[in-house]
Design a protein around this ligand. Structure first.
Ligand code: GUN
Length: 291
């Protein structure tokens, strides 16, 4: 069993971006600038945004964090997004999800200019990705591709089983794994809450992407010997032995499953750090596209 170490791979991506950014600055070009909007005070969102802002600083990118109160109106939020859309210095915009219930996620995503859509959630970005055109890929599936590529994991002709069909992970990774280039060319099966024979399907998988958000869901009797297992889960479960009062659990029962795998991502330290590396890649691309 080999670990797919997201800390090491994300650091390699960040080191590369830092150098590429320094080269830009020497040429008198601007540093990439990410603007992030955080609404309310969801603990997990605070942590994710904190890591995104910190990672920008590590690679020499500029970042602006805009905090808005939980009670912000949809109009006020759209006004802010529009300001950022029209701010030439801002290259990438992200609005951290989930949003308060009174704000439409769909309208917010569509309000961001596709040229600044570093989350890759805008329908134009998704459409371009589906058609195999240059596009911003959503950060989590993009991070998974970067990780498969870093470890030179063979994907051509493999059967990939994706558990979950969310717009953020399951659906896009299923499309990306079957595109006609590396890492890709997989035969992909997408499973979800209405899949009756999930265990049988998982047992046929060479690659499993577990992205359903149910802690320790994937057990060893669902995994073929030698499979590659990618765990996208990051659920906070109560844990009185931790100072924070919770621990982070993936969607894979790691202790059971790991001995059967050729490669597996740990949680934490697997897909999570890769998501941030991928967001930085997108922000860099958004900036370069404006040169
Ligand atoms: N919430 C959970 N994942 C993400 C993400 O990738 N981007 C944004 N904006 N919000 C999220």
């Amino acid at each position: 069993m080999n670990l797919l170490d997201g800390k090491i791979v994300s650091q390699a991506v960040k080191d590369r971006l830092k150098i590429q950014n320094e080269e830009r600055l020497i040429q008198g070009k601007k540093a990439p600038h990410l603007a992030a909007i955080l609404i309310g005070n969801n603990g997990a969102s605070e942590t994710y945004i904190g890591s995104k802002v910190k990672s920008c600083a590590e690679v020499g990118f500029k970042s602006t964090l805009i905090r808005l109160d939980e009670s912000v109106t949809e109009n006020e939020l759209h006004f802010k997004i529009n300001e950022l859309n029209n701010d030439f210095d801002v290259d990438g915009i992200l609005v951290q999800l989930p949003l308060p219930k009174h704000i439409s996620e769909e309208k917010v995503i569509e309000a961001i200019f596709p040229t600044k859509d570093v989350d890759g959630f805008h329908p134009e970005s998704v459409g371009r990705m589906v058609q195999g055109l240059p596009a911003f890929y959503p950060a989590t599936p993009y991070g998974i591709l970067l990780m498969l590529g870093h470890y030179n994991i063979e994907t051509k002709g493999k059967h990939a089983v994706v558990i979950g069909r969310s717009n953020i992970v399951g659906r896009p990774i299923s499309i990306m794994l079957n595109k006609n280039e590396y890492p890709g060319n997989c035969t992909v099966t997408v499973c979800h809450s209405h899949t009756p024979n999930l265990k049988e399907i998982c047992l046929q998988a060479d690659i499993i992407v577990a992205a359903l958000g149910r802690p320790e869901f994937l057990k060893s009797d669902m995994v073929k010997e030698g499979a590659v297992v990618i765990d996208v889960g990051i659920t906070r479960v109560p844990d009185s032995s931790k100072k924070s009062g919770f621990s982070i659990k993936g969607d894979v029962d790691f202790d059971q499953v790991a001995p059967k795998c050729s490669y597996i991502t740990p949680v934490p330290g697997g897909v999570g750090p890769m998501t941030i590396a991928a967001l930085l890649m997108n922000t860099f691309k958004a900036c370069v596209a404006k040169d």
